[in-house]
Design a protein around this ligand. Structure first.
Ligand code: PGA
Length: 241
């Protein structure tokens, strides 16, 4: 079964959250599963609405420290306190707009492992880096500080999201995505990480998800824009059956 994760980013109101899940829950079949990363303020409500379903509610980010003077941040203990045990980390928007470095992402991953929270770690190159032939060098740099913690993860989930494909409508071709996924899988195996779930992200839609998910090394999808509409997101979840 492929793994499908939605990422709402900074979208939706409280009433939209409620009506989204009314529709989405009605669409989901008994065998379907989905994760959805929602804004912090709606985590608890979304988790409550989805309890008893196969929908897992995830955070979009977390801070690596356990507590203290970190104004505006949220700790892993706080997430666990409200029943959240999945989070995205290292999303390219966090790296780009909030200056998260590879090392900061590694600290977050280590904190997640220690706290027993599952992380979906995002990596990916920019268009300039791809055009300069640096895709694998950039991905190597992003992965290097993560291996030690990945090796301790009960479930390794890495999302490959080429930055040039995020929110742009320019999806990587199935060949481009498969090539990178196979490469990531090999890197992980070389570090002794034999089992991994590799998600593709970047303008995944109901139209292209079938082809992407049919690739041998694409184990799922991380879906931004198309996860905002329950019917569209459900079409992608259905491709994972
Ligand atoms: P997109 O976003 O599907 O809107 O391109 C993906 C993501 O940022 O996770």
């Amino acid at each position: 079964m492929k793994m499908i994760c939605g990422n709402w980013k900074m979208n939706k109101s409280r009433s939209e959250v409620v009506s989204y899940f009314d529709t989405f829950k009605a669409l989901l079949g008994s065998q379907d599963q989905a994760l959805i990363a929602v804004p912090y303020v709606y985590l608890e409500e979304a988790r409550r609405i989805c309890s008893g379903t196969s929908i897992i509610i995830a955070a979009q980010n977390v801070h690596q420290q356990t507590s203290g003077a970190f104004t505006g941040e949220v700790s892993l203990a706080m997430l666990k306190d409200i029943g959240i045990d999945w989070t995205l980390i290292g999303h390219s928007e966090r790296r780009q707009y909030f200056n998260e470095t590879n090392e900061a992402v590694a600290l977050k991953l280590e904190a997640c492992v220690s706290a027993g929270v599952h992380a979906i770690v995002c990596i990916g190159e920019t268009l300039g880096q791809r055009e300069a032939g640096k895709t694998f060098a950039v991905l190597s740099e992003q992965l290097a500080p993560l291996y030690a913690s990945l090796g301790r993860c009960p479930r390794v989930v890495v999302a490959y999201e080429p930055v040039w494909a995020i929110g742009t409508g320019k999806t990587a071709t199935t060949e481009q995505a498969q090539e990178v996924h196979a490469w990531i899988r090999t890197q992980l195996k070389e570090k002794g990480i034999l089992t991994s779930t590799l998600l593709y992200g970047g303008s995944v839609t109901p139209q292209n998800s079938g082809a992407l998910l049919s690739q041998p090394d694409i184990d799922g999808a991380l879906v931004g824009g198309a996860s905002l509409k329950p019917a569209d997101f459900f079409e992608i979840v259905r491709c994972a059956r």
